[in-house]
Design a protein. Structure first.
Length: 390
């Protein structure tokens, strides 16, 4: 199997002062380099509330080019940028190898570009139609010591203005804007657009799509996943199930949940804006180059944990989506031995293997002798079996 990748620290202690300084330069105001003054903080909270209100309703402000409003762009930089950067840090960690050349489309102030650079990408190109947002992203990366290239580009009106192929193409929080559901034929236009992107991937390249966990957007991502899989596009993550999405069939959500590191400013903004969020919640899918095929995980069933622990009359249970479909996992054991102790610490998003469980229809129950192993923690790639014929 391929070597494990190291975990990248968010390093927000050093990044937050850079963001605050960039925010001050954007708004052309002086002040302390590492903290907001009372009136400044109130202005940021007001702008964050505007962004959150539209996000909670599943409405996009990007179509209105909110990056052209310096107060909204500044609020994005001090709040959403921090969340999106941490999303990117976790999700790029799920790639089997560090991408060398990355294209970040509709990047805004480039939080996903920053994450790719932190992972060690050699060339990252951020593109957006808004030059101010791009300049801001380039400034943040530069002051941290990371070499970001920026290119103003309207991806719906022009072909990619760059030569060559990419190891990773990122579409972060922008599909609703590019292809609004209210426009007739949006799904066909979206899928055609994505197919063109696949042609720009290296043989082992990936396309990362990430958006919010809001219900309608989550459903859109699941529908997109099904549409691509039905046309033979393989998935790197999160899915190990190769059939139609079981969550869509059940009319339920399926999204990722990751740890959120919250520096003081983020905590203060959340408290003042009444934002109750202690984790990163997001809808995402990572597609592989169509010619690459699905990851080779061998014959042993693997399962992605797709829920937090759910309390039932028979104890806590987890919903799983695995190589053999949707399952429930519970336990008949009060005190777990070492072999199954991982059950007590399972997290949504982890990929696990289960051996010797009591199986009844779609339920798996841990009994004496059952083994539970986390084979891919959150933010880590699926362990693939090397092809010995290569």
């Amino acid at each position: 199997m391929k070597n494990a990748k190291r975990k990248i620290s968010p390093d927000l202690e050093n990044i937050m002062p850079i963001l605050i300084a960039a925010w001050r330069r954007l708004l052309k105001i002086g002040g302390p380099p590492d903290v907001l003054q009372t009136r400044e903080f109130k202005d940021v909270v007001t702008a964050v509330k505007i962004l959150q209100e539209h996000s909670d309703k599943g409405q996009s402000l990007l179509g209105q080019d909110y990056f052209s409003n310096p107060h909204l762009l500044g609020a994005y930089l001090l709040y959403d940028w921090v969340l999106h950067y941490q999303q990117g840090l976790s999700l790029i960690g799920e790639l089997p190898e560090t991408p060398k050349r990355v294209l970040d489309m509709c990047s805004g102030a480039a939080p996903f570009s920053f994450a790719a650079l932190r992972h060690g990408a050699q060339e990252v190109i951020a593109t957006d139609r808004n030059a101010t947002a791009l300049q801001l992203g380039g400034e943040v990366c530069g002051r941290y010591g990371l070499p970001l290239s920026v290119r103003q580009w309207n991806c719906l009106k022009e072909a990619i203005p760059l030569e060559g192929q990419f190891d990773l193409i990122i579409l972060g929080h922008c599909l609703e804007d590019l292809f609004p559901p209210a426009v007739k034929g949006w799904m066909e236009a979206q899928n055609l657009f994505l197919k063109r992107l696949f042609s720009r991937l290296t043989p082992n390249g990936h396309l990362l799509i990430v958006d919010s966990s809001q219900n309608e957007i989550n459903r859109r991502i699941l529908m997109l996943r099904d549409s691509m899989v039905q046309e033979g596009i393989p998935v790197q993550a999160p899915c190990v199930w190769r059939g139609d999405c079981v969550a869509l069939k059940a009319n339920s959500q399926c999204y990722a949940q990751r740890e959120l590191e919250k520096p003081r400013l983020i905590k203060d903004i959340q408290r003042s804006a009444s934002i109750n969020s202690n984790s990163l919640k997001m809808s995402y899918v990572i597609f592989r180059n169509p010619a690459a095929g699905w990851p080779n995980v061998g014959d042993q069933p693997l399962y992605r944990v797709i829920s937090p622990p759910i309390k039932t009359f028979s104890g806590e249970r987890f919903y799983l989506c695995g190589t053999d479909g949707k399952k429930q996992l519970g336990s008949h054991i009060t005190e777990h031995p070492l072999e199954s102790r991982a059950f007590e610490y399972l997290k949504r998003g982890e990929l696990i293997s289960i051996g010797g469980a009591l199986e009844k229809q779609n339920a798996l129950d841990i009994v004496q002798g059952t083994t539970i192993q986390v084979v891919a923690p959150c933010g880590k790639p699926i362990p693939e079996i090397e092809d010995t014929n290569e």
